[in-house]
Ligand binder design. Structure first.
Ligand SMILES: Cc1ncc(COP(=O)(O)O)c(C=O)c1O
Length: 464
């Protein structure tokens, strides 16, 4: 292919040079234009042509403190000038990482989200953190003399990342198909989505009991001596924004504890205020053995993830025989700049009372979405908590039948919203559009978001 002229438009250069994640590649090549973002402030981003969009997704569910936070820029610049980089292998450490680990543990314990939280391992993404979880679970059971106890159970519709192991934990078929996944030892149970999976006449509690029974039957069929862990997002995000049905986690945990199966809480979206609470675990009474955090920990301003382990797991690792080498980690584990950004991000959370704020505005968002959309003939369910929500579209409200997938109606609605200046993401595993704006969003901006969306929905559906 001949090189593009120097003054080629950016979108052409992009198509000639970038391999995009989670993108239909052929269709992207055939497209003209495309969204190329340039700058952002508050809850809005601006593209290279100067068009402004309200970002209903906070990027990928992560810009919790909003865009253009100079405090975070300053924290990064100061740490880059002071140290720039150093590793944390062989027990080497740095001030920002120590401070961040200490603050995180304190926050997890105080908020009742992880009372036995004992140590923090830093990575770069939710995906690598969940890969770390898979390795930790294996290592822990090897150390305890139970090498056969290795299998992990996840849920259909879950999203845990896209590296080999984390994509296996993810329960959305499109992320498995092309790559021969899941890997051995990973399987999935029913999505706890009452609207779709609940049976005629079944109460929410009975639905939860049935799913706990299903999980127990699976553990027994696999052999409890072979099942090591269960992984769950407190509220399932990218798969569809599914809230746990009443009593779900309590019943699930009873089963897990009976068979000595560890609970990995994936807080990558729920952590850091998204649900109007510090973490989802505290909110839903989850007692994790292991926890994954990313995204909101730096509000997306720097790639950083954290794996937190319980006292029981920590002490087993600490007391490992021989030299007790924890043979795992990355060049950028405990990156001082990422940790400095995370600390500055936590400062904003604390000084602005962002979690409480998210609970308040979140209640407003949920109320506005329900009142604007509940009666729409093609809206099956409006669901959410705090500042995360989804609107699921259906062809027929009575039968709950989805649209023909080939029509990709939810993608059409999302495209119409984008045209009108609102970014609201069509989800990959169901016919829903998600909302997860920055936690700093104001009531007026919520109104604007809901109004633009409702209009885009009406315009798209009327045109069908
Ligand atoms: C719950 C959850 N876990 C893990 C991940 C993977 O994180 P990353 O994309 O940073 O690898 C995501 C990303 O959306 C997520 O939502």
């Amino acid at each position: 292919m001949a090189p593009l002229p120097e003054n080629a438009p950016l979108d052409e250069l992009d198509r000639a040079s970038v391999l995009h994640p989670a993108t239909p590649l052929g269709a992207h090549q055939d497209r003209t234009g495309g969204l190329i973002v340039d700058r952002a402030k508050g809850v809005a981003i601006t593209d290279v042509h100067g068009k402004r969009y309200l970002d209903g997704g906070a990027g990928l569910w992560c810009v919790n403190v909003g865009y253009g936070r100079e405090e975070l820029g300053r924290a990064a610049a100061e740490e880059m000038s002071r140290l720039g980089y150093y590793h944390t292998f062989a027990g080497v450490s740095n001030r920002p990482s120590i401070e961040l680990a200490d603050r995180l543990l304190a926050r997890l314990r105080e908020s009742g989200s992880f009372e036995s939280a004992a140590r923090v391992f830093f990575g770069l993404s939710g995906s690598d953190a969940n890969d770390t979880q898979v390795k930790l679970v294996r290592y822990y059971n090897n150390l305890r003399g139970r090498p056969e106890k290795k299998k992990i159970i996840a849920r259909h519709g879950s999203y845990h990342g896209l590296t080999l192991a984390s994509a296996s934990l993810t329960g959305i078929p499109v992320f498995h198909r092309a790559y021969d996944l899941p890997i051995d030892g990973v399987s999935h149970v029913t999505t706890p989505h009452y609207y779709r999976e609940g049976r005629e006449g079944e109460s929410e509690e009975a639905f939860s009991a049935r799913l706990a029974d299903e999980l127990e039957a699976k553990i027994l069929a696999e052999g409890p001596e072979t099942v090591a862990a269960f992984i769950a997002e407190p509220v399932m995000g990218a798969g569809g924004v599914y809230l746990p049905p009443r009593g779900y986690f309590e019943r699930i945990q009873t089963v897990l504890e009976r068979h000595e199966v560890l609970f990995i809480a994936d807080e990558v979206i729920c952590g850091f205020g998204r649900l109007g609470s510090w973490f989802g675990s505290g909110r839903y009474g989850i007692r994790p053995d292991l926890m994954t955090c990313a995204k909101g920990i730096t509000s997306g301003y720097f790639p950083l993830s954290a794996v937190i382990v319980s006292e029981e797991i920590w002490s087993t690792l600490r007391d490992a025989p021989d030299d007790g080498m924890f043979a795992h980690g990355f060049t950028y584990s405990g990156h001082p700049v990422g940790a400095a950004v995370a600390n500055a991000n936590l400062d904003i959370f604390e000084s602005e009372g962002l979690v409480e704020r998210a609970a308040e505005v979140g209640a407003y968002l949920q109320e506005r979405l329900h009142s604007a959309l509940d009666d729409h003939p093609r809206v099956g369910e409006v669901r959410g908590v705090g500042l995360i929500a989804a609107v699921e579209l259906v062809e027929d409200r009575n039968t709950r039948a989805p649209f023909d997938p080939a029509l990709a109606v939810h993608k059409q609605v999302s495209a119409a919203a984008q045209e009108a200046g609102l970014l609201a993401r069509a989800l990959p595993g169901c016919q829903a559009i998600a909302f997860s704006p920055p936690l700093t969003i104001r009531e007026g901006e919520v109104d604007q978001m809901v109004d633009v969306f409702a209009k885009a929905l009406r315009a798209t559906i009327d045109d069908l």
